[in-house]
Design a protein around this ligand. Sequence first.
Ligand SMILES: C[S@@+](CC[C@H](N)C(=O)[O-])C[C@H]1O[C@@H](n2cnc3c(N)ncnc32)[C@H](O)[C@@H]1O
Length: 545
Amino acid sequence: MPHLHFKGKTFVQNHHLAVPFHELIPVADKGLSQKPSLHDNLILQGDNLKALKALLPTYQGKVKCIYIDPPYNTGNEGWAYNDNVNSPMMQSWLGKTVDREDLTRHDKWCCMMLPRLKLLRELLTEDGAIFVSIDDNEVHHLRCLMDEVFGEENFVANVVWEKKYSASSDHKGIAPLHDHIIAYRKSEIFQRNLLERSDSKDSQYKHEDAKGVFRVSDYTCNKTAEERPNLYYPITNPHTGEEVWPKKTRVWGYSKDLHDKHVSEDLIFWGVENKAKVPGFKRYRDQLKGGDGVVPATIWAHEEVGHTDSAKKELNVVFPDGGAREFVTVKPTSLITRILQIATEKDSIILDSFAGSGTTAHAVAAQNAEDGGNRRFVLIECEDYVDNVTAERVRRVMRGVPTAKDAKLKAGYGGSFSYFKLGEALEKQAILDGEHLPSFETLAGYVFFTATGEQFDGGKIDPKTGFIGESRNFDVFLLYQADVEALKNMALTLDTARALPSHSGKPKLVFAPTKYLEEETLRKLQIVFHQLPFEIYQRMDAKRR
Ligand SMILES: C[S@@+](CC[C@H](N)C(=O)[O-])C[C@H]1O[C@@H](n2cnc3c(N)ncnc32)[C@H](O)[C@@H]1O
């Protein structure tokens, strides 16, 4: 496979591994939740490279659908490359606005994107998919980066979104009316959903029985008995007892086995009042996944999914006070809804790490209100407007927008979210100096994740006994308090070792500042000991390599 080369690539190739884990600090009064939790809908304030890394212990392999809308690198956006990569060339790039005059602007953009795409991939479920909005400034580079990170065999589609409905009359060239949405899957297990039929097609759903509303489709196919002898067989009409044969020039569409299955599932229609001479196939509207939807295609017209003007209007409905007027790169919720329909289930987690005005959260809340789903969103935004635009939009759409014409939006979609900001990096020296001691729960998350590589569940910890979770091979314990004096006296002794509760009967993996026990005793008690904080970092360093 051809690879894209760009300035700085060697420095950022493994940068995602070197980014330290950071604490996530709840900011209770900015969320809409009784008790902030990382398992709630989330809005994270901060740079997405650090925030994505901080999410790994809780969300690795859990996110079903990622939508991102990164800077397009048009030369007018005022973004700056700010990743703290340790090389003089990269350092000289920091903080400088990337404009059209910048001869390395495409290199910087690739350097910014590569480590983020790598972390995003780690967060996806095996059956998950990522959708990235982009325009012609970077689409060709993005495709190469995504081939590299996700594998070219996992390319799903390059969708053309018709973002404008007309070309501006003063355009000097061929006016671009579309953006791209590049989609890749994590693996071949990903399956796209079918799209619901539009209202006009819904009129075909004329029939109803105890299972719901359905339409009837033809039970035959365009093949001859000679071509498909296995599809030429008699079907018994259960209402008359007669045998019904298909035409020799147009046989049944299903094998005998499949037909028997249809009969057992009551999917055969014999007409109104069972008067039909030939069978039909019942296609229920609520079971579109089963095969009665529309196959999504790669051209998304503005009439179906909105355009940039409708997106701005939509944002202004939520901010009638003009509070988001300056926000120009907003996407229509219907565009994100289309992605949710294609790539999520009702309980999926959706991540947007370039959240902007919060369209993704708006679309998720609206879709849940529409279909009774329980999808969750995770949004990351680094700019100051994360509180008064991104989070404020979500507060308003959840609680209701009194001036909105749409009844559901007026009433509010309901739901809650927790707001977190990035805290300090969990650096070994800061812990050793007692300068910055993370909370028990924060350290538990990182210790558990880095030691086991498995997902951490904060709901299971017990700071009293030190239990922080069960992995495939161990019950894991952390003897720790965020207090220098307490830590000085904290050790794994014979008494503390014997007092460790047995959760699953598996050997115990114990992290503590020190131990006063012989190896032999540890072996007898089936304890594997690791010293804090050195051995967490040894494990992290091993992973980085
Ligand atoms: C094109 S806008 C996204 C617009 C969004 N889709 C919407 O509908 O409102 C890109 C956003 O990504 C944010 N962003 C850029 N770099 C970031 C970073 N390193 N970390 C977090 N957010 C970032 C920008 O501040 C901006 O709000």
